[in-house]
Design a binder for this molecule. Sequence first.
Ligand code: BDR
Ligand code: CA
Length: 313
Amino acid sequence: MSHPIIFDTDPGVDDAQAIAIALRHPEIDLLGLTTTYGNVDVETATHNALLLSELAGREIPVAQGAAAPLVKARHPPPAHIHGTNGLGDIELPPVQGKADPRSAAQFIVDTLNARPGEVTLVAVGPVGNLAAALQLDPTIIGKVKRVVIMGGSIREGGNVTPVAEANMFNDPDAAARVLTAGWPLTLVGLDVTHRCVLTGEHMARIEAGQGALGKVLAGSYGFYRDFYREFLGIDGCCPHDSCALAWLLRPELFTTSRGHLTVATAGDAEGQTIFAPEGRGFIETRWSRTPLVEVCLGVDGEAVSDWIADTLA
Ligand code: BDR
Ligand code: CA
């Protein structure tokens, strides 16, 4: 079965690897890449999305989106994690293609309206483009097949603050709208992405299998790996964004739970995803007023890491 998807992204080293999967996997029909600020500014994100498609020999529409969060001030991009160019500061070949003239939000709205019930929206950056698309045309809630979001954390704690994951923290106001919109939604958060580690061995197979694209993936991985080693003491990297695609294609490797999500938009808990399991009563009822969604809580991390390497080898 082929999955038509729109991939919303802020590439980004781990985004780049997920884009490669979206470009290469025979069961994915990549309809477009939409870009957002996050790991880099949005112009760099668009440049990288175009570049990665070209290196894979594909002409995929790339529509540029959010340059900043909806409400809060933008934090500087994390150059120490992804490099200033988002791809580990390795030297990059020139880009030939141009972005689609439409905004990311317009592209999402047009694509979902053209194929109601068919298209899955996979978002692996701050979710401002999804919030903007909802504002442009709320009927897309009933037209998207599913929204899969890499972001948040249910029990794992955060990676930017003790409680907040980066994509949620970067635009908590957008996240609060997107996670409670009432569309079919699966959250793939740190509870599972932190259980997956892509090793140097995996990466060597990917480099060997992907030609010019593999060189960029492996070169940028080297930079990202230094961050993991220095700050987290892990030898390897968590392939956060690829996990969203792993869930889509290999859901049997994950365990999930249904419940209600809320996102804290301000204060010390800003960006925290708060999960109330389905059917569990709380004295304060507001936690159960948001629509039901699905969250990933467990994963076979080794199998997912192997699946990523096998897909790209
Ligand atoms: C998420 O934050 C970004 O830095 C990564 O690309 C991933 O989408 C992980 O918290
Ligand atoms: Ca990302």
